[in-house]
Design a protein around this ligand. Structure first.
Ligand SMILES: Nc1nc2c(c(=O)[nH]1)N[C@H]1C(S)=C(S)[C@@H](COP(=O)(O)OP(=O)(O)OC[C@H]3O[C@@H](n4cnc5c(N)ncnc54)[C@H](O)[C@@H]3O)O[C@H]1N2
Ligand code: MOO
Length: 404
């Protein structure tokens, strides 16, 4: 059985960043930048007022109170054409450009206006409430680096940098094929001994959450010919995820059918729980990750193996998320030779420490625990018994990491 890290390295080696395409900034949320984004403008473009008040010369208001002559008005979007002389002030509003000669702003709360005179009650040192040109960024400066998955904050920055079009990596098209005679679509008539199919939906949602485009091929019966036809629907996709039929039972046909369709199998079976029967191969140019049918196994394997593959295709800098740490909330027994991924709650204790407490039931069919989990607790192969309070590695599902 392959160790998890070796399996992940072999899977990752089969993927490369996809070519770039151009998208409008309004549609860029969640896309990954294919090249560094430089600004086309300087922001602010000039020295601007940060407050409503009066633009003055700091030297004129060094001693207050003092009365100045108001020589003009500068709302945002206009400017005072002249230069400020000794003893002069210009009425200014937030975002208005400072007139030449002015070097500070007195807020209107500290001034009394009387026709074309203003009395300043409190002076302001040079630069007060002035946003100097280029305070935020300057033309030509890199605002967002290639490889970044764009957040709403990045979208705002790109727009402010006057970049209406962005080069982003194409989204990976991920074909998904669920298998099994016993599974039916949610809402369809449910006969005795049938169960409702959840994996296809969970995996499609997972692919979307990772930034890919799911292509749901449907549910293949445990029949070689039909399975073969449906698997062919994946040709041309960037990755095929199958779920079920990966184990050793006589109805577990996925691997055989893939081979018959010309696929090369790289490995099958890994030292992991859940997820032992994971398979990896290639059907033409399409890498295939054969996920186990148990609903938790298929999602955990997707998180550990398919997420980095999608991240690499998207051109993300570090496709494998850095491992996070927490302390255990309960004792755990020694582990066997399979690396264990335990579904767990994550809480912050009174000292600000992250405490991960695995659920007491970990069966790989239990989606309720999976849905309620905040993270997976990683137990390396042959790990000795662990005590509450011991440090452990975790794979978080959210909170700064990708929420899947
Ligand atoms: N003799 C052995 N039996 C099993 C082994 C083994 O090593 N020796 N491994 C076990 C492990 S571990 C796993 S995991 C499962 C994986 O089996 P398959 O990938 O072949 O999955 P299936 O048999 O098709 O299904 C397993 C389970 O999951 C349910 N399922 C399948 N598809 C869906 C779906 N789309 N939505 C919801 N649930 C689904 C299915 O009904 C089964 O209950 O094998 C063990 N057996
Ligand atoms: O290893 Mo299987 O994936 O537990 O249920």
């Amino acid at each position: 059985m392959q160790p998890v890290e070796d399996a992940r390295a072999r899977i990752l080696a089969a993927f490369a960043p996809l070519p770039a395409e151009t998208v409008n900034v309004a549609e860029a949320l969640g896309r990954v930048l294919a090249e560094d984004l430089t600004s086309r403008v300087t922001q602010p473009p000039k020295n601007l007022s940060a407050m409503d008040g009066y633009a003055v010369r700091a030297a004129d208001v060094a001693e207050a109170p003092v009365t100045l002559r108001v020589v003009g008005d500068v709302p945002a979007g206009s400017h005072y054409p002249g230069a400020l002389d000794v003893g002069e002030a210009v009425r200014i509003f937030t975002g208005g450009p400072l007139p030449a000669g002015a070097d500070t702003i007195v807020i209107q709360e500290n001034a009394t206006r009387d026709d074309d005179r203003v009395t300043i009650h409190q002076g302001a040192a040079a630069g007060t409430y002035v946003r100097p040109a280029g305070l935020d960024f300057t033309a030509g400066q890199i605002g967002i680096c290639a490889g970044r998955r764009l957040t709403s904050r990045d979208v705002g920055l790109a727009a402010a940098m006057n970049r209406p079009w962005l080069r982003v990596h194409r989204r990976p098209r991920v074909a998904i094929l669920a298998t099994g005679d016993e599974i039916v679509l949610p809402g369809d008539p449910l006969m005795e001994n049938q169960i409702v199919s959840s994996n296809g939906f969970a995996l499609a949602a997972f692919v979307q959450a990772c930034g890919g485009e799911p292509l749901h091929l449907g549910i293949a019966p445990d029949d070689a010919a039909a399975l073969g036809d449906m698997i062919d629907g994946a040709r041309g996709s960037d990755m095929l995820l199958t779920s079920g039929g990966a184990s050793v039972g006589q109805h577990d046909l996925v691997q055989d059918v893939l081979r018959r369709n010309g696929a090369e199998i790289d490995f099958w079976k890994i030292a992991m729980r859940p997820g032992k029967p994971l398979m990896f191969g290639r059907l033409g140019n399409t890498p295939v990750v054969g996920l186990p049918g148990n609903p938790v196994s298929s999602l955990v394997c997707a998180a550990i193996f398919a997420r980095p593959a999608i991240a690499r295709m998207l051109g993300q800098e570090s496709p494998v998320p850095e491992s996070a740490r927490a302390v255990l909330g309960c004792d755990l027994p020694a582990n066997d030779r399979r690396q264990d991924y335990l579904r767990a709650r994550l809480e912050t204790d009174g000292n600000g420490k992250q405490v991960a407490t695995p659920f007491n039931k970990q069966d790989s069919s239990m989606l309720t625990r999976m849905a309620r989990a905040d993270c997976l607790v990683v137990r390396p192969p042959e790990a000795p018994p662990a005590k509450a309070g011991d440090a452990v590695e975790i794979v978080p599902f959210g909170g700064g990491h990708l929420e899947i």
